[in-house]
Write a protein that binds this ligand. Structure first.
Ligand code: 13P
Length: 253
């Protein structure tokens, strides 16, 4: 049976781009996205560019997200940004648990679970990133690692909360390496994730979007997205240039 999940192509700009570059790129993405009403486009700029990008994409089909948020609601947490402030800036999504935050900044599963709750408290969408390292894949533990990450962050959710969840499967060894997972391997993991979601909340399994991330490029996106359980792409490097990201939007169906 054909699924009803709208394809979603998301650009994670990470810690890149000047304000002028971000402004120009957001305008170009807005124009590219306007041509395709059957897919969703989402941008994750840095915090400092969020309000500018929000102004640019206002009234368009382009969705806006932040790359992270504090695990705290508000108060004396110097340098942190609250989910409520992100909402206030006009964003609808927050990326939680990107592998760079799990591995470089040592964010734990328990900490990420708290962040998920902060996002949901504000009624925003949380996009949870999960993914195994090369060592974990080569030792046959990839699926266990990924499903444990999923359980740790989401198994406590109420049925209603699942409407505010998206997942991004990003194998750590594929991020920024030019080495993407094969469509078959990615599909196998996406199917395992969906099966686990079904155990946690049967209603959410057919509707929750599961994106693939890790060296997505115009020349591999179509084969990945042709797979039944791959509902979109979370793109790093190729989202930083108007030409390649516009091409990805075009091919992401
Ligand atoms: P690349 O597309 O550069 O491999 O990055 C993927 C990623 O980490 C997106 O969040």
């Amino acid at each position: 049976m054909a699924n009803t999940r709208t394809p979603l192509i998301a650009g994670n700009w990470k810690m890149n781009l000047s304000l002028a570059e971000a402004t120009a790129l957001a305008s170009a993405v807005k124009d590219a996205a306007a041509k395709y009403t059957d897919r969703d486009v989402l941008l994750y700029p840095t915090f400092l560019q969020l309000t500018r990008v929000a102004e640019i994409v206002k009234g368009s089909r382009v969705l806006l997200g932040a790359q992270n948020c504090s695990a705290e609601k508000e108060g004396a947490f110097t340098g942190e940004i609250a989910a409520a402030q992100i909402k206030d800036a006009g964003a609808g999504y927050i990326l939680i648990g990107h592998s760079e935050r799990r591995h470089i900044l040592k964010e734990s599963d328990a900490f990420l679970k708290t962040k998920i709750d902060r996002v949901l408290d504000e009624g925003l969408m949380a996009m949870l990133c999960v993914g195994e390292t090369l060592d974990e894949r080569e030792s046959g533990r990839a699926e266990t690692v990924v499903l444990n990450q999923l359980n740790a962050a989401l198994s406590h959710l109420t049925k209603d909360a699942w409407k505010h969840i998206a997942i991004a499967y990003e194998p750590v060894w594929a991020i920024g390496t030019g080495k993407n997972a094969t469509p078959e391997d990615a599909q196998a993991m996406h199917a395992a994730i969906r099966k686990r979601i079904a155990l946690l909340n049967a209603d959410a399994a057919p509707t929750t979007r599961i994106l693939y991330g890790g060296s997505v490029k115009p020349d591999n996106v179509a084969a990945l997205m042709a797979k039944e359980d791959i509902d979109g792409a979370l793109v790093g490097g190729a989202s930083l240039k108007a030409e390649s990201f516009s091409e990805l939007i075009k091919l992401a169906k």
